[in-house]
Design a protein around this ligand. Structure first.
Ligand SMILES: NC(=O)c1ccc[n+]([C@@H]2O[C@H](COP(=O)([O-])OP(=O)(O)OC[C@H]3O[C@@H](n4cnc5c(N)ncnc54)[C@H](OP(=O)(O)O)[C@@H]3O)[C@@H](O)[C@H]2O)c1
Length: 286
């Protein structure tokens, strides 16, 4: 990981000296003109202009099946995604936020847990960049979603509430309500993804919070994990990814990982496809 990081830092320096394409230009040189045609080209399957192909090309389609599921978290150097009060806006720098909005613009749907809605009241739009707003999906098994939450704003994007058969769900008629069986309030992540795929949503960004991303990761339901690390130290606060405990460092997951400087932040793009469970029509055998 450290070597990968250092390679990226060197690449960044190389950009300054010779102007070759790399992730630094992906962040800093991404003017609106350069980006404008990318969301359509990404969906049509043609070549993506530099510098986008290197980074976004692998997100077009999954290796396992027709779904591509990306988990993403922004965190501090000490692995926190929010303070103890739940404040997290904004851990990442402006270039990191632009990048997140570009990522949203390439996805069919963005999924968040109800904890994030209640803490942040996010919009989940692509307002910082050109591109279509993805469907907004909220996991709310106990019917806690406020009807005036900003994710439910009628702006043309699909809005989907995933809940359980028993939960109250008082939302406007235009909002899709998907009721899925749960075990003590927990809906299997693969069941969520299959339900979204059945509704035409195949490229999925699991955008938080930590409980939601960790749940999808431990269920083998992520193709990739994007961790955007900001050079800040919160010292205490809410942890990022939390998985079942391990006893030894050599039992740690070591997924193939690429690292990119994006503004002041560093994005780690981890390939988890080897551990992804099949959800749609399988492309490779397990
Ligand atoms: N830095 C970042 O990138 C980032 C991003 C997003 C959020 N955040 C921060 O993270 C905090 C919120 O995160 P969080 O981990 O507490 O909450 P969360 O992940 O946003 O929401 C967790 C809740 O969503 C529901 N849920 C998630 N997966 C489910 C599943 N498979 N089946 C059924 N229900 C499911 C459950 O609701 P019930 O509780 O009703 O069972 C669960 O407790 C906030 O402080 C926010 O600011 C940071």
């Amino acid at each position: 990981m450290y070597q990968t990081f250092m390679r990226s830092v060197c690449k960044k320096n190389q950009t300054v000296s010779d102007g070759t394409m790399n992730a630094h230009s992906l962040a800093a040189g991404a003017g609106s003109d350069a980006w404008a045609g990318v969301p359509a080209a990404f969906r049509e399957g043609g070549p993506l202009p530099a510098p986008w192909h290197e980074f976004f090309g692998p997100l077009r389609t999954g290796l396992r099946d027709e779904l591509m599921v990306v988990g993403q978290l922004g965190q501090s150097l000490d692995g926190r995604i929010a303070t103890n009060t739940g404040h997290s806006q904004y851990i990442n720098c402006a270039a990191g936020l632009d990048h997140l909005h570009r990522l949203r613009a390439l996805m069919d749907a963005v999924v968040i847990g109800i904890g994030t809605v209640l803490a942040d009241n996010p919009q989940l739009t692509v307002r910082r960049v050109a591109g279509p707003n993805p469907a907004r999906v909220i996991l709310d098994p106990h019917g806690r979603l406020p009807p005036d939450a900003r994710v439910l704003t009628a702006d043309g994007a699909r809005r989907v509430v995933v809940t359980t058969p028993e939960a109250a769900c008082a939302v406007a008629d235009q909002i899709e309500v998907v009721r899925l069986a749960a075990d003590k309030g927990h809906i299997a992540p693969a069941t969520v993804l299959a339900a979204l795929a059945a509704r035409g949503l195949h490229r999925i960004l699991i955008e938080g919070g930590a409980r939601t991303v960790s749940g999808f990761m431990s269920a083998g339901c992520l193709d990739r994990l994007h961790v955007m690390v900001a050079p800040i130290i919160l010292g205490t606060g809410r942890a990022g990814i939390s998985l079942a405990p391990i006893d030894r460092v050599d039992h740690a997951l070591r997924p193939p990982t690429r690292a990119y400087p994006i503004g002041e932040d560093v994005l780690f793009d981890c390939d988890l496809s080897a551990a992804r469970v099949p959800i749609g029509r399988a492309k490779i055998s397990t």
